[in-house]
Design a protein around this ligand. Structure first.
Ligand SMILES: Nc1ncnc2c1ncn2[C@@H]1O[C@H](COP(=O)(O)OP(=O)(O)OP(=O)(O)O)[C@@H](O)[C@H]1O
Ligand SMILES: [Mg+2]
Length: 239
């Protein structure tokens, strides 16, 4: 589903990703972990086609990532979305409605179909009760949930989530993990999720990628959990 080949990326002069090669299978659920500043969000943005590598290639579903992005294959939930939306005048349901546009690249949904998707997604993330509120007026955790709903509304084949449960309370984050697990298992959505909650993330994910400028570990989450301590060493001391 995703193929990064010898990817190097720099913001200005600072190289933050060096020679990263990574293959993610269709239908898998990958947890991306690593310390602050390791380049996890940068890797997600490269896979989302929001950043362009200096060298190397990023392919999604066998095509250049920019083509895949335009085709609506990719759903993306950014980190700390709330910081960007203070004062944004749209309501929760309008934000989720915008998400349905990505799913309509090769077909057109009727108004009632769009309404149905919006209702369903709001229900999935438990935000029916706040649908008329302005997005900028929500708490950080509520905003995260709305962003998950918006990404899902596009019916993506690949879902990228950057710390989707940060700031979300225990019950709601359980729901988000469960929802991601169901989408992955039942609808075959490929999920790549950055998280600092290693225990939870590796419980739900079947693969783990530890990133610290490069790839320090990639393998089954079971294998990772067995070697948890050693793996921690690997990513902290590599790079
Ligand atoms: N827009 C930017 N311009 C310049 N440097 C940046 C930019 N975004 C990130 N960086 C730098 O790139 C490096 C990797 O950042 P990135 O956000 O990918 O880390 P991260 O692993 O997601 O960290 P965290 O766990 O804190 O979210 C950091 O050193 C950061 O300071
Ligand atoms: Mg980050």
């Amino acid at each position: 589903m995703v193929n990064l080949s010898e990817v190097t990326f720099a913001y200005d002069q600072d190289i933050v990703i060096q020679n990263l090669t990574l293959t993610i299978d269709r239908g898998s659920f990958t947890a991306v972990i690593g310390p602050n500043g390791a380049g996890k969000s940068t890797v997600l943005k490269l896979i989302a086609g929001l950043l362009t590598p200096r060298t190397g290639t990023v392919m999604v579903s066998g095509q250049d990532v920019r083509t895949a992005r335009l085709g609506g294959l990719i759903g993306y939930v950014p980190q700390n979305y709330g910081k960007n939306v203070c004062g944004f005048p749209a309501t929760v349901e309008e934000v989720v409605r915008l998400g349905t546009i990505a799913g309509q690249h090769d077909r057109h949904f009727s108004q009632s179909a769009v309404n149905h998707i919006v209702n369903h997604m709001l229900e999935l993330v438990g935000c029916q009760g706040i649908r008329k509120k302005r997005i900028g007026d929500l708490s950080g955790g509520q905003q995260q949930r709305v962003m998950v709903a918006r990404a899902l509304a596009g019916n993506p084949e690949l879902l990228l989530l950057d710390e989707p449960t940060s700031g979300v309370d225990y019950e709601a984050s359980e729901k988000i993990y469960e929802l991601l697990g169901q989408l992955n298992q039942n609808l075959d959505v490929t999920v790549i999720m950055v998280s600092h909650d290693i225990e939870k993330a590796t419980h739900w994910a079947d693969k783990v990628a530890c990133i610290n400028r490069g790839l320090c570990f990639f393998g089954d989450s079971q294998e990772f959990n067995l070697n948890h301590i050693q793996s921690r060493h690997l990513w902290f001391y590599n790079g």
